[in-house]
Design a protein around this ligand. Sequence first.
Ligand SMILES: [Zn+2]
Length: 90
Amino acid sequence: MITFNNDDNGYLNWIRNNHNGYVINYAHSPLAEILSLHRAGCSTISIKKKQTTWTANGHIKTCANDREELVKWTKERFGHGPIPCGICKP
Ligand SMILES: [Zn+2]
């Protein structure tokens, strides 16, 4: 399991090299704390639209090849599991 914070290059390399992996997208703002679970190949976490960065400005990505490991870690750390992405359906 690896976390990318302010490291877009490291993150993009990881998802490129781990197509079958999973990614927790942690988005933090004053209004909400969002934890979503994606497949590494999901377009919403790999193709840039409006955002200029993947791993800064309140966004952190935690990646692993083991889905259960990620979900367990999320529950332990945040007290609840992630929301599965509706697009890639992890
Ligand atoms: Zn997704």
